[in-house]
Design a protein around this ligand. Structure first.
Ligand code: PDD
Length: 289
């Protein structure tokens, strides 16, 4: 079956989907996006994604292209038309199309809305997930990475550097040696007392929807969460490390640069949280009858 994309009011074959070369998303990365997990055809933590999109638009002085209800309808339609059961749906809103000029006038612009969806297999269970290697990279991004913009060049460079070293992700490190987050996920460690540690929300990290969910699941499972910055050195000597995102779920990190974390296998706290997360999304997939 060929893929279908939504572009500005029409569902078109994915390979025919186009926006203008004058679209400000193309010229200035003047756009925002959301990636939402789909399980059993239903979107997971949709409220959080919609709230974050609304906030991203507000923070960048972009008008809502249409009501959030209408955007959700487009996302659901795109999921259905692509017959996605388990996978992800991608929604992007750009400020609009105009001859190249740094200065924008929202009154003269019609936002572009693009939506795609694709299938991605879910892990069968927490024990089936292997640990991954990450490398450290300097965090060279701008000062408002709490906004989910499509301006992702530093992220793409960091993740490509990781891939070239056979690593899954990059831990981004600020000028003071503290880990901010990863190129496309949030970073976590487990301290010697079994507490999970992750950087507090600020303009220096994306407020991950999975991060938020994992904090709730940790508390439900009696695991203490501490929101504080941690250094790269602390991460390297941590008992466990992991990362979270919509598409990575809870991913055990078993190597940072050349250092093995713990015994080199996913740790118990990480596996507990991954198991809880997989249960959470499976319950949504099979609602109680
Ligand atoms: N990335 N930090 C960054 C920089 C991210 O790009 C992402 C998500 C996250 C995790 O957020 P969430 O849990 O809401 O997915 C943290 C998405 C998946 C992407 O760009 O593909």
């Amino acid at each position: 079956m060929s893929r279908v994309a939504y572009v500005n009011g029409r569902y078109v074959p994915h390979n025919k989907a186009q926006v203008s070369i004058d679209d400000r998303g193309h010229v200035f990365a003047d756009g925002v996006y959301e990636v939402t997990l789909v399980v059993g055809g239903r979107m997971i933590d949709l409220e959080g994604h919609v709230a974050r999109l609304e906030r991203s638009l507000r923070e960048l002085d972009m008008p809502q292209p249409m009501s959030s209800r209408a955007l959700i309808h487009i996302m659901n339609q795109t999921i259905k038309r692509n017959r996605v059961k388990d996978g992800m749906v991608y929604l992007q809103v750009n400020r609009g199309t105009a001859p190249r000029n740094h200065v924008y006038d929202n009154d003269d612009l019609q936002p572009s809305v693009v939506c795609t969806a694709k299938s991605v297999p879910l892990p069968s269970d927490a024990d089936a997930v292997d640990g991954v290697k990450v490398i450290s990279q300097p965090d060279i991004r701008w000062g408002r990475v709490d906004i989910k913009t499509v301006s992702l060049l530093p992220n793409a460079l960091a993740k490509t550097a990781a891939a070239k070293e056979g690593a899954y992700e990059a831990f981004l490190v600020d000028d003071d040696g503290y880990v901010t987050e990863c190129s496309a996920s949030n970073a976590w460690i487990v301290d010697k007392d079994g507490r999970v540690v992750t950087r507090p929300l600020s303009n220096e990290i994306l407020p991950g929807i999975t991060r938020d969910r994992v904090i709730k699941l940790a508390e439900e499972n009696g695991i203490e969460v501490v929101e504080r910055p941690f250094t790269l050195a602390e991460a390297k000597s941590a008992r466990e490390a992991f990362l979270t995102s919509t598409t990575s779920f809870v991913k055990p990190v078993t190597q940072i640069d050349d250092v093995t974390i713990g015994n080199g296998h996913p740790g118990t706290v990480t596996r507990t949280l991954l198991g809880a997360y997989l249960n959470f999304i499976r319950e949504i997939r099979q609602p109680a009858t």
